[in-house]
Design a protein around this ligand. Sequence first.
Ligand SMILES: [Mn+2]
Length: 319
Amino acid sequence: MARFPKISSKRIIITFHSGGDLDAVGGAIALSRALGRKAVIAAPDKPASAARKLLDYTGTPYSLFPEIKRAPNDFIIVLDSSSPQMLAHLTGIQPDLMVDHHSRLGGEVAAKKVINDPSASSTCEILYFMLKPKDRLSCIALLLGIISDSANFKSATPATFRAASDLLARSAISYSELLSLSHAPDSFSERLEAVRSCASVSAERAGEHIIALAMAKSHEAHFADILVSLGADAAFVGCEAEDGRISARARDSLRGQVRLDRIMSEVGKVMGGSGGGHETAAAATGEKGSVRESLAVCKKFAEQQILSSERAKIRKIEW
Ligand SMILES: [Mn+2]
């Protein structure tokens, strides 16, 4: 992996996707420490609770992107997303550098330089090999991003373990302490909305697999996770907020059989927006009025992929 490029600009703005998670924020913390005083972290909006906990723990200051005064020669680095929907704060701005591990299916935000490695478990894993940090807090930040985005190493590769092993040794805290840092307890509103969303769940059988569909008023990704832990093989949860959103999750055993990133990329078009993500965790956003019919499209595509893989065929999307 290449070293991090030399940047001569006076100020470097590090930003990431809306609702910054541990991978985005952990990467931003380590990168800002590597780049020194020239770097500032500018979140598009309030980061997720576990990420805020990490910002707090590492004593990292950050601003909100819309509130900083930008200069024309600021160097803008975007971490952990290339999706226009997730990077709405960059509308009309061409970032200088993008570091991301999401697979690219077209329609991404165009940056001057792109470092993209979909085989990496996380953006933090990519950054580890570029920065090779030695200071304790950077190591903790990167390791938390790796743990969280690899779903506790479920999607880890040998490179993930090499990175994690070195980072853990340099972090000077125990693995169990790190794990407790990586989990913010479910918030009251997440739990309330999850219990309320139960009334909307339907389950469909596709061969030997279960597809769950549901609607939530908010926290749809959280509820999709819950449906998978309840027993669904794939779960699609819609939300009609200011915009329409659908979160998709699949059991890890479906890896290689369904491609949620591809399904949600297609569904994003149906919704008049966009979609993407990872093989077993993806999402789409678009028009509010399109959510319910798009859930039916999610089901159709998931069924198609599951049934064709049960018959050992290739997972292609057919309209
Ligand atoms: Mn990530």
